[in-house]
Design a protein around this ligand. Structure first.
Ligand SMILES: Cc1cc2nc3c(=O)[nH]c(=O)nc-3n(C[C@H](O)[C@H](O)[C@H](O)COP(=O)(O)O)c2cc1C
Length: 193
């Protein structure tokens, strides 16, 4: 089939969420390349509504993790889904780090002024994760970290402008042990001829 097996297709299928990182830094140059890939995403009205905060401070990441864990636990309290139950067990563990001890966190923020900000920033995030994969760098979108949005101290410490919201907190790092890519269910597709 045309285009079935090329570098882009292979890279898309090679990406997976990495939750086990080597104690090895990701260079600032690599992060700049990753952000550069992000900003080539399409945006509604060409709005480019993003703002990036790069966090390398482990002490701060730990504080954010400790703040977010109980918040998510409270929200997931009554959800019976199997995947959720599994994740709840991790969250309840005192040592669990929502950032998986990754060396770097990039928070993609979006402007409240945009009409399509959530879509735009999500596509930016996917570009970033795919770019990272192509560079041999693992990543994981850590939605749990969005709770920092409710905390004015964190928002100020991170230098986040008042009219921006947290959309995609993504950790990056080198994967400890390469794992199987999770399988996908067959997509539901309707063709209208
Ligand atoms: C919006 C969003 C939020 C997510 N939040 C988390 C999270 O808080 N913690 C986590 O470990 N993974 C998180 N993930 C990663 C998903 O769990 C993961 O993408 C999914 O299980 C599929 O696995 P794959 O990325 O390896 O293909 C999130 C992904 C998305 C798109």
């Amino acid at each position: 089939m045309v285009g079935e097996d090329n570098e882009v297709m292979r890279n898309i299928k090679a990406r997976r969420s990495v939750r086990d990182y080597l104690d090895k830094p990701v260079s600032e140059e690599s992060i700049n390349h990753i952000i550069d890939a992000g900003i080539y995403a399409p945006t509604g009205f060409g709005s480019e509504p993003w703002f990036f905060v790069v966090v390398q401070n482990k002490e701060m990441m730990k504080r954010m993790s400790d703040y977010c864990k109980p918040k998510l636990l409270a929200q997931l309290k009554d959800m019976p889904n199997d995947n959720v139950t599994e994740f709840k067990k991790h969250l309840e563990h005192e040592d669990f780090d929502i950032f998986y001890d990754a060396p770097i966190l990039v928070i993609v923020l979006g402007s409240n002024a945009g009409f399509t900000t959530d879509y735009d920033c999500a596509m930016c995030a996917q570009n970033m994760m795919l770019a990272a994969t192509s560079m041999g760098i693992g990543s994981c979108w850590v939605g749990t970290a969005c709770f920092i949005q409710d905390n004015v101290e964190f928002m100020s410490e991170l230098g986040i402008p008042y009219d921006y919201r947290v959309i995609a907190p993504i950790v990056f790092g080198y994967e400890k042990v390469s794992r199987e890519r999770p399988p996908r269910q067959d997509p539901r597709v309707v063709w209208i001829h």
